[in-house]
Design a protein around this ligand. Structure first.
Ligand code: ATP
Length: 239
């Protein structure tokens, strides 16, 4: 039969104060897949991720994770379920070391066991972080800080990783490296919801993509199919 989605969002609306941002959003993420949310600055990608993570409340609609209704669950409950947000802007602790940042990723109850094993796994995935484990996070390059933010997310034992704009402000070579990391994570079975302004690159690697505009899903489909649609190219991919 069809694979049950790990994450299923239906008819979701939310916003800030009196201002509606998300309007009747329907999205799904299949286990072990990369699902891309693309669209211009301000389309609502970050708001959607924050609503899924429970940082802002849903107004209407439903969020299901692994079959459970979590629409009104507290943020910490979602963290217990393995919903891990790697926020836009990385948000590493600048004055703590790389290793301290990683260990802080593992403070949630579900992540407290086998921390040293997971740290080793993370260092294996990101040799650069291993080399620099004693260095202050704030002194690392933007790309390194992004790898650290992802590593910290992995320390939390995610069942889904919400990756918000991981390539924002990075040099092209680092953008490529971040996309390579995302593909590696999928190879290892991780489920990823990826928000990206780099729409073309994101859709090219995405199993499934959603194009957001003004808080609505305008189009969706397998990533590479979206990239091949002339209207998508013209309207959203700049050529
Ligand atoms: P970006 O890539 O800039 O994060 P986005 O697609 O993620 O873009 P959001 O950050 O979700 O978009 O923003 C959607 C809309 O919500 C924008 O119009 C933004 O101005 C507004 N917005 C975001 N945060 C707040 C807030 N805390 N209070 C009020 N409005 C907000």
């Amino acid at each position: 039969g069809p694979i049950e989605p790990l994450l299923a969002v239906k008819g979701l609306s939310s916003g800030y104060g009196p201002v509606t941002i998300l309007r009747e959003i329907d999205i799904e993420a299949a286990p072990g897949s990369v699902t891309a949310l693309v669209g211009a600055n301000g389309a609502g990608k970050t708001t959607l991720m924050k609503t899924i993570a429970g940082l802002i409340p849903a107004w209407t609609g439903e969020i299901r994770f692994d079959g459970q209704d979590i629409t009104r669950a507290a943020t910490h409950h979602r963290v217990d379920q393995g919903i891990v947000l790697v926020p836009e802007g990385r948000m590493v602790f600048a004055l703590l070391s790389v290793e301290q940042n990683l260990r802080l990723g593992a403070i949630a109850p579900r992540a407290r066991k086998n921390v040293s094993e997971r740290l080793e796994d993370t260092f294996r995935r990101f040799p650069r972080l291993h080399e620099r484990k004693g260095q202050l996070a704030g002194s690392m390059s933007g790309g390194e800080q992004q790898m650290l933010a992802i590593g910290r997310g992995l320390m939390a034992k995610p069942r889904i990783i919400l990756l918000d704009e991981p390539t924002l402000g990075l040099a092209p070579i680092m953008v490529k490296q971040v996309f390579a990391v995302i593909e590696d994570l999928r190879k290892d079975g991780y489920t990823i919801l990826l928000s990206e302004q780099n729409s073309r690159l994101a859709l090219e690697i995405a199993d499934y993509g959603y194009i957001l505009e003004n808080g609505r899903v305008q189009l969706s489909g397998p990533g590479p199919e979206l990239v091949d649609m002339p209207d998508v190219r013209r309207l959203y991919l700049g050529r």
